[in-house]
Write a protein that binds this ligand. Structure first.
Ligand code: PGA
Length: 259
């Protein structure tokens, strides 16, 4: 049985006061015992990681993640943050290959392979994002795009690092569903997740593939999440907009816990 995971991707949102307000409200509203049922990850801006990992700011067991990290441990890379630096801040997860990084920062599969490797080497858990654009879906290329994104990045990640099923998370995020209010239907999500699990099996074997958690992301809300979570190959959510509000984020966690 794969334990559900719900991750908040706050992107470039919230100032420090808003982060602390969220943490206070979230701590009050999160039902006791939630972390036993659901892994909960919050990915704020880098500048707010330390505030969230300070003692007792978040409920016990709720962990934080980075939204990105570099492929080197250190060096002349102005403006960048390495996985080792994130680890110093008690970060546990790193989002790798979000479509906004691919689109606005031209992140290639080669770069993502490096980021995945560096993240795993630092002992952090990557949340590796893949997903097709609208035009790719409309021209029937969804599976092909997923295959390319998976193999192009993962073939360069040392197998012994990535294939530990508890230390690797995949996220299916159709680009056309991100921030648009148009989520994938449960049927579309299940079909893509099943295909991704097949690709994982091809890469790392059926047993490992059966244990790796695959999150759905793209306009998840408390209204549509239960139906998506009911899909057999969906193991949680990577949530942008709806995670910015503590009450809505708690609702999503409750839905995942009820599965
Ligand atoms: P959204 O973003 O929930 O606002 O669509 C999801 C994501 O980008 O991870």
């Amino acid at each position: 049985m794969r334990k559900p995971l719900v991750a908040a991707n706050w992107k470039m949102n919230k100032n420090l006061n808003e982060v602390l307000d969220f943490a206070g409200e979230f701590s009050r509203k999160l039902p006791h015992g939630s972390v036993a049922k659901v892994d909960i990850v919050i990915c704020p801006a880098f500048t707010h990681l330390a505030a969230l990992t300070a003692n007792s700011v978040l409920p016990g067991g709720v962990v934080v993640g980075g939204q990105d990290s570099h492929w080197e441990e250190k060096g002349a890379f102005t403006g960048c943050i390495s996985p080792v630096m994130l680890k110093d801040l008690r970060v546990r997860y790193v989002i790798v290959g979000h479509s906004e990084r691919r689109q606005y920062f031209s992140e290639s599969s080669n770069m993502l392979a490096g980021k995945l490797t560096a993240t795993l080497k630092a002992g952090l858990i990557p949340i590796f994002c893949v997903g097709e654009k609208l035009e790719e879906r409309q021209t029937g290329r969804t599976f092909k795009v997923l295959e390319e994104q998976m193999t192009e990045a993962l073939q360069f990640v040392p197998k012994e690092l990535a294939s530990d099923s508890s230390r690797f998370i995949l996220a299916y995020e159709p680009v056309w569903a991100i921030g648009t209010g148009q989520n994938a239907t449960p049927g579309q999500a299940q079909e893509a997740h099943k295909h991704l699990r097949g690709l994982l099996a091809w890469l790392w074997g059926a047993e490992t593939a059966g244990q790796i958690r695959i999150l759905y992301g793209g306009s998840v809300t408390p209204d549509n999440f239960a139906a998506i979570m009911a899909c057999p190959d969906v193991d949680g959510g990577l949530v942008g907009g709806a995670s910015l509000d503590a009450e809505r984020f708690v609702k999503l966690i409750e839905i995942a816990a009820a599965r």
